[in-house]
Ligand binder design. Structure first.
Ligand code: DX5
Ligand code: ZN
Length: 223
């Protein structure tokens, strides 16, 4: 049984002067989650939203929040985003000296744990944390900015999918970076089921139509 296709919009392209309205519109457009791109200006050369911003949005939406922590102090910040209402908190393998413990700590806080891999980081990095993670986020851009050129990593996606299936793990595989109607299909065919889209989704005048097209392209690629 294949896992449900989910569309998780990045908040980076949103008009931050109207962030609440933008997030509500994404939910009304049929998005399955909100993807909070959290950046500390150190792990990546950009700074975005803190936990208090996420917390202020939580009561206004019903769909799950996921935090993509592009931060050096992942263990310190993870509890803040759980408290802010994120049901999934994802930390970069590259930022965690003790990744297994970092993921276990997120689960101990009552949230789903997620591990993120930069484009250069091999799939084998997560071989020994598959029992401690609920979510794998595969970067198809170098983190830090929206609107970048998509990096095709279908071999890596397929390798991770095979690792997950070999151990019969209950894990979502999500792709993040440059996802559009032109790129989502190859990622779905390789085994991913959750897709972050920022700039491509925000380019649609009719955002609901964009969500529908992205979902349809992913579904068709799996058939
Ligand atoms: C980059 C972020 C991504 C990115 C996605 O560091 O993690 O979520 O903003 O935006 P697009 O879809 O424009 O690549
Ligand atoms: Zn992201």
């Amino acid at each position: 049984m294949s896992r449900a296709i989910e569309i998780s919009p990045s908040i980076l392209p949103a008009d931050f002067a109207r962030l609440g309205d933008e997030c509500i519109a994404l939910e009304e457009a049929g998005c399955d989650r909100i993807h909070w791109d959290v950046m500390d200006g150190v792990f990546v050369p950009n700074i975005t939203v803190g936990p208090d911003v996420v917390k202020s949005l939580r009561p206004h939406l019903s769909i799950p929040f996921e935090a993509h922590l592009m931060v050096m102090e992942a263990d310190t910040m993870a509890p803040r985003y759980v408290d802010a209402g994120c049901s999934t908190v994802m930390v970069h393998a590259e930022a965690c000296t003790h990744l297994h413990r970092s993921l276990a700590n997120i689960r101990d806080l009552g949230a789903k744990s997620g591990v993120v891999l930069n484009p250069h980081t091999p799939a084998a990095t997560i071989q020994h944390v598959l029992d401690t993670t609920d979510h794998i986020l595969i970067m198809t851009v170098n983190p830090g900015f929206g609107g970048q050129k998509y990096l095709s990593l279908t071999d890596k996606i397929a390798e991770i999918k095979a690792m997950v299936d070999a151990g019969d793990h209950d894990i979502d595989i999500e792709i993040d970076g440059g996802i559009s109607a032109d790129t989502i299909g190859e990622c779905a065919a390789a085994g991913a089921n959750v897709f972050v889209s920022g700039s491509a989704l925000f380019r649609y005048d009719d955002r609901a139509a964009g969500v529908t097209e992205l979902r349809a392209k992913a579904e068709a690629a799996r058939d």
